[in-house]
Write a protein that binds this ligand. Structure first.
Ligand SMILES: [Zn+2]
Length: 61
């Protein structure tokens, strides 16, 4: 699932936040939970928004 150009990855609890280039000149920011069975994954235009989503994620897995 992780694009090759994923970089600047941080971990907030079970959630990883990373930045990548979508190959069309656009930088995207994702927050994705690594807990098995959770499936939480969001995409943001702003890094701060992705980090906020990671911090506010309440994992049910
Ligand atoms: Zn989760």
């Amino acid at each position: 699932m992780r694009p090759n150009r994923f970089y600047n990855v941080i971990r907030v609890g079970p959630v990883e936040v990373g930045t990548y280039n979508n190959g069309r000149g656009k930088t995207k920011h994702t927050a994705a939970c690594t807990a098995p069975g959770c499936g939480f994954s969001t995409e943001h235009r702003d890094r701060s928004a992705a980090e906020l989503a990671a911090r506010t994620h309440r994992c049910n897995a």
